[in-house]
Design a protein. Structure first.
Length: 441
């Protein structure tokens, strides 16, 4: 099935305004590409309108011919800043569909006004998915009428077009590990554009984090993302810079400049969040993005080895190497089992329930390890703090192991009756009956 994305230019005064570093048209184009549009067509744009990368500029009379051979069209209203989840909801409907707002529930308040009233109960919310031949027929007989508005009225009168309420779209995002309010904005001036940009950056924030990443890093990350979003700096460039700083931290640790090493390592914390947040803000993902997490682990474990090298060389004992092993091996085991759980269930183990999300705040990971070490460092107890990190790592992994088996068992019972029967049949009689709360409690 061939899906074509159709773009409509915003008002001339908003054509160059950037939302989260992108013009509205560029943002729409990237979203349409992410939901499977093979071609992007910008129709009847005024002169000097920036054409998004990969889009074709057409006159209205050329649209019908350009849609020949296509199966369906996905269209976003002119000037609309929309959430990818809304696009996917319309794209996943079992037939022609339009996004609507009923003005109730958990939908964005701005969407209640919509782009056009349909009836007493609903407004069109700016996304249409229609058969390509229907769009071509409307375009050919359009005359001076507005394409977007005409298609909305045409779809509203067609009983076969499914109405997808924006209020029914789930707010929880597994990728963000939290409930994320849906983006829906139709900025008409600079103030509206700033508000939309703030909403885009806020939506890029991940949840279920340790306490430094939750309470300290976002202020730094958001400031840097707002500064970098309009520039040519890419998320991969930020990742590379973080890697260079991480290597410098390791060299500082190995040479005994512990305060310098700790400072640089702590700096890597917020920078590590900037690349992903910048990618989500600008809808600029690459196939190398997942390698960033592997780089984080390599750098972190390298730091502990560098610290062990310094302590071993100055204390004349191999004990620091054992301490480093007690930090790295439990942390690595926890990371592997967490990744296995994610691949199996689609959820992060840290985000699988209320207990896990609460524990994540204080669990031993890079940020909490380093801040704990900093407390010892203030009093000059560098080696004792290094040992404390090892104990922290072991305790965290022990708790994670317990929750891994509990959650894995609960998940297995939800998917296969045979698993439920086997667990019930082999249950130890001396154990009290217990049930886990729902994942979303």
């Amino acid at each position: 099935m061939t899906r074509i994305g159709v773009l409509l230019a915003p008002e001339a005064e908003m054509a160059l305004v950037r939302i989260g570093g992108l013009t509205v048209l560029e943002r729409q184009a990237r979203l349409l590409a992410r939901v499977g549009c093979a071609r992007l067509l910008l129709v009847a744009a005024p002169p000097l309108t920036p054409v998004p990368a990969g889009a074709e500029l057409l006159k209205m009379g050329e649209l019908g011919a350009a849609l020949a051979g296509a199966d369906e069209v996905l269209l976003i209203a002119a000037g609309l800043v929309i959430d990818e989840r809304a696009l996917r909801a319309v794209a996943a409907a079992p037939g022609p569909a339009m996004l609507v707002s009923n003005g109730r529930g958990t939908g964005p308040p701005e969407a209640a006004r919509g782009v056009e009233r349909l009836d007493a109960q609903a407004h069109a919310a700016g996304v249409l998915r229609l058969a390509a031949r229907s769009v071509a027929a409307v375009a050919e007989g359009l005359g001076d009428w507005d394409l977007g508005s005409t298609l909305i009225r045409t779809a509203a009168a067609d009983a076969s077009v499914i109405r997808v309420p924006i209020e029914g779209i789930a707010l929880y995002s597994a990728e963000r590990r939290r409930e994320v309010p849906l983006l829906w904005a139709l900025p008409r001036d600079e103030a509206g554009a700033r508000a939309a940009s703030d909403a885009v950056v806020a939506a890029a924030q991940k949840g279920c984090l340790d306490w430094p990443a939750r309470f300290i890093h976002p202020l730094i990350e958001d400031m840097l993302v707002r500064l970098l979003a309009p520039t040519a700096v890419t998320p991969n460039m930020v990742t590379l810079l973080t890697g260079v700083i991480g290597v410098a931290a390791g060299l500082a640790f190995a040479s005994g400049a512990l305060w310098w090493g700790l400072g640089l390592a702590l700096l890597c914390g917020p920078l590590d969040g900037v690349d992903g947040k910048l990618a989500r803000t600008r809808i600029e993902f690459s196939r190398w993005g997942d390698l960033e997490h592997a780089l984080d682990k390599v750098l972190e474990y390298g730091w502990y080895l560098c610290v062990a090298y310094w302590f071993a060389s100055t204390r004349g004992t191999g004990l620091p190497w054992a301490v480093a092993a007690l930090i790295i091996l439990p942390a690595l085991a926890e990371a592997v089992q967490g990744e296995f759980y994610r691949r199996l269930t689609g959820l992060q183990l840290d985000d699988s329930g209320r207990f896990e999300r609460t524990a994540r705040l204080v669990a031993g990971r890079r940020n909490t390890f380093l801040w704990t070490w900093a407390i010892f460092a203030v009093f000059g107890h560098w080696f004792e703090g290094f040992v404390a990190i090892a104990i922290y790592s072991i305790l965290t992994t022990a708790v994670a192991q317990w929750r891994f088996y509990k959650r894995l068992g609960a998940f297995a019972q939800t998917g296969d009756a045979r698993v439920r029967e086997n667990i019930a049949a082999t249950r130890y009689d001396f154990l009290a009956k217990a049930s886990l709360p729902s994942d979303r409690l």
